[in-house]
Design a protein. Structure first.
Length: 164
């Protein structure tokens, strides 16, 4: 298990339904308002399509579908969090659809507990820990592990095939 640094870390918090999630701000490239997404045929449901980000093709993933929730509906708060995902010694840029972005918070390692292991049938390798913020739990995601090997390879392939 990865040992967390002893220093405070900054996390970007965002909402998916009623749950608060967080990602390390170092992995966040930018936050975009919801833009038109071009659907890519024969991709999994959670793969909403691609966007053009200043001439680059960026795959967009519906985080709610990825985590087994209902599809994200576009609202005034819906946004795309552009993340760096490190995979096979390469960084892939991925857009993560979220209901809303909350804020950047600083968490002390003492405020973070390991993810629960009891009765979880799901693979929770992508959860770095459970942060405690104002009596509320924040699910801290490991952006490099949210996608399986096959999914990350597919995302990279979509970028490569559309960049040609």
């Amino acid at each position: 298990m990865e040992v967390m640094d002893k220093e405070n870390r900054q996390y970007l918090t965002f909402k998916l339904e009623q749950e608060t999630f967080a990602v390390d701000v170092a992995k966040v490239r930018e936050i975009l308002d919801f833009v038109s997404i071009t659907k890519v045929p024969q991709t999994p449901d959670f793969m909403r399509g691609v966007i053009n980000l200043r001439g680059s093709v960026v795959p967009v993933v519906d985080m709610k579908l990825k985590f087994g929730m209902e599809a994200t509906e576009k609202t005034v708060n819906t946004c795309i969090i552009v993340l760096e995902v490190f995979f096979e010694n390469e960084t892939t840029i991925v857009g993560a659809l979220a209901d809303s972005v909350q804020e950047v918070v600083e968490l002390d390692p003492s405020q973070i507990e390991p993810p629960p292991r009891i009765g979880m049938k799901l693979s929770i390798d992508f959860i770095k820990g459970m942060g405690k913020l104002n009596e509320e739990f924040v699910i801290i995601l490991d952006t490099d592990r949210i996608f399986s090997f096959d999914e990350t390879a597919m995302l990279a392939e979509i970028v490569d095939s559309n960049a040609a």
